[in-house]
Design a protein around this ligand. Structure first.
Ligand code: NDP
Length: 477
């Protein structure tokens, strides 16, 4: 049973109500989650406000010390955390072990380390010395999605806490388990009461209550664009600080002069890793007409070789889709693609594995061609194992198609021509551009999207600046 973590204690929701938590690989409920409401959020806000006075005053080294205690407990429980992520989300256990949990640990290590080097500015004239004092905001809200549950949860709470804020966090209702286990580790590590509070429940109830709480000074949110828009409009009247990391419809642009084998192997990952449920996955693959037919054949053959099935099996490449509802959404886009004249080159259906996962929610890795770049399937986020192939001839043409969506999160360019790489990278509308690679993440770099993919940047000192307020102090000399 998952419980809320409020004021250092694991508590049942005040409503006494719970809902089911599913293992998507077998389509069965395996636990229950608190259906929290504004009363639980209010308790958390009081606890966080009380804790803030002390937490904001202790030296950053001391805050880092708590992080390192939690890290050692996460390392001790590494397999348990990875397994919990796999069962809750449906992702392969091997992926949770190689990406999710190591990265969650790295998020804490990274912010515990960089805070030591965080500096503020000073401006000196004959008349006066100005310096900038950066102070934590107070109580902040952190709302995270289901695709990379502990990875994105820690990516938000770590910079908030290390800069002296107290946090009310809400993980996705679909994947609450690792955040719950994390709260147990915080208790064991002796994290002071009220510094971190974790509220479980529906976004429309518990999430909304966090966003609307008057004591919450800032919201860091990762999730869908529709939810981001709703949060932005409710927060606008209260002038809360907002960092919104939203959806994407990322283009992968393959020029004929690329390193073909490297591109082919990486494009398979950028299409289907984590069931295509990574906001950075490339979903529209634009291929130069000179290599289009070859790419289509090779990519489709390689996609057919991906092993879909039981996430606990060590050789599984693609696990289950997080929920029945999300699986149906993905399948509806495939249906729409067919209606709009798209040709399914491979996949296209629900997948039924043999054995213990036969009832689970799986979708075959799907490759589609023949759709216009501006149709719904090529404009809206599907967030599943579905990619489209689109041929192009000139740079101008591909840039026009790549930039045609409302989104602008990430993009990938494959070319060995350095001038072309710079030229296209500067013109593409996205917050992140990978050239001849994908998902290389240096945590010091600014992370975020343009257009409907979000506002603000996470990562490195950008995150520390978001969670602190600048004050100019001017001293007459
Ligand atoms: P949602 O927007 O549905 O939910 C995200 C979080 O917000 C969940 O915790 C959800 O709770 C909560 N929530 C929902 N409604 C509200 C509300 N009205 N007020 C406050 N909180 C609310 O996104 P998903 O969980 O479906 O995640 C997938 C989306 O996340 C995709 O669009 C993907 O592109 C995006 N994403 C973006 C990333 C980026 O860095 N830009 C990274 C990863 C994902 P609950 O689940 O309980 O409803």
């Amino acid at each position: 049973m998952v419980k809320n973590y409020i004021n250092g204690e694991l508590l049942e929701p005040l409503s006494g109500e719970y809902f089911d938590n599913y293992d998507p690989s077998v389509a069965k409920a395996y636990g229950i989650v608190p259906d929290s409401d504004e009363r639980d959020v209010d308790m958390a806000a009081q606890a966080a406000n009380n804790a803030f006075k002390e937490w904001s005053q202790i030296p950053a080294e001391e805050r880092s010390g708590y992080f390192f205690k939690i890290i050692s407990l996460m390392q001790r429980d590494f397999n348990e955390l990875a397994r919990a992520e796999c069962v809750d989300n449906g992702k392969p256990f091997s992926l949770a072990k190689s990406v999710d949990i190591p990265r969650a640990i790295r998020n804490l290590e990274f912010f515990a380390s960089i805070i030591q080097g965080f500096e503020s500015q000073s401006h000196h004239t004959k008349e006066a010395l100005n310096y900038t004092l950066r102070s934590p905001l107070g109580v902040v809200g952190a709302i995270s999605p289901w695709n990379l549950p502990l990875y994105l949860f820690t990516w938000k709470i770590a910079p908030a806490l290390i800069s002296g804020n107290c946090v009310i966090a809400k993980p996705s209702e679909l994947t609450p388990m690792t955040a719950y286990l994390f709260s147990e580790l915080c208790i064991e590590a002796g994290l002071p009461k009220g510094v971190l509070n974790v509220i479980h429940g529906y976004g429309s109830k518990a999430g909304r209550a966090i966003v609307n709480h008057p004591d919450v000074k800032a919201i860091t949110f990762t999730g869908g664009t529709k939810t981001g828009r709703e949060i932005a409009s409710s927060a606008s009247g209260t002038f809360k600080k907002l960092s919104l990391e939203l959806g994407g419809k990322n283009p992968v642009i393959v020029f004929h002069d690329c390193d073909y084998e490297k591109m082919l192997a990486t494009t398979l990952l950028s299409s289907f890793r984590n069931q295509g449920e990574i906001c950075l996955c490339g979903s529209r693959i634009f291929v130069h007409k000179d290599i289009y037919e070859k790419f289509k054949k090779d990519f489709t053959e390689n996609t057919k070789k991906l092993k879909v099935g039981d996430p606990l099996e060590p050789d599984t490449d693609q696990g289950a889709i997080v929920s029945k509802e999300h699986m149906e959404k993905i399948l509806s886009y495939i249906e729409l693609a067919e209606k709009d004249g798209g040709r399914i080159l491979c996949g296209g259906k629900r997948f039924t594995p043999e054995g213990r996962c036969r009832e689970g929610w799986f979708v075959e890795p799907t490759v589609i061609e023949g759709l216009p770049y501006d149709c719904k399937v090529n404009q809206e986020e599907i967030f599943g194992p579905v990619v489209t192939l689109i041929p192009f001839e000139t740079e101008e043409e591909v840039l026009n198609m790549a930039n045609s969506t409302d989104y602008g999160l990430a993009s990938v360019i494959w070319t060995e021509n350095l001038s072309r790489a710079h030229r296209v990278a500067s013109q593409i509308q996205s917050g992140i551009v990978w050239v001849n690679c994908w998902m290389i993440r240096d945590l010091r770099t600014p992370f975020g999207g343009v257009k409907s993919s979000g506002i603000g940047r996470e990562g490195g000192y950008e995150a520390i600046r978001f969670f602190t307020e600048a004050k100019n102090i001017c001293i007459k000399i």
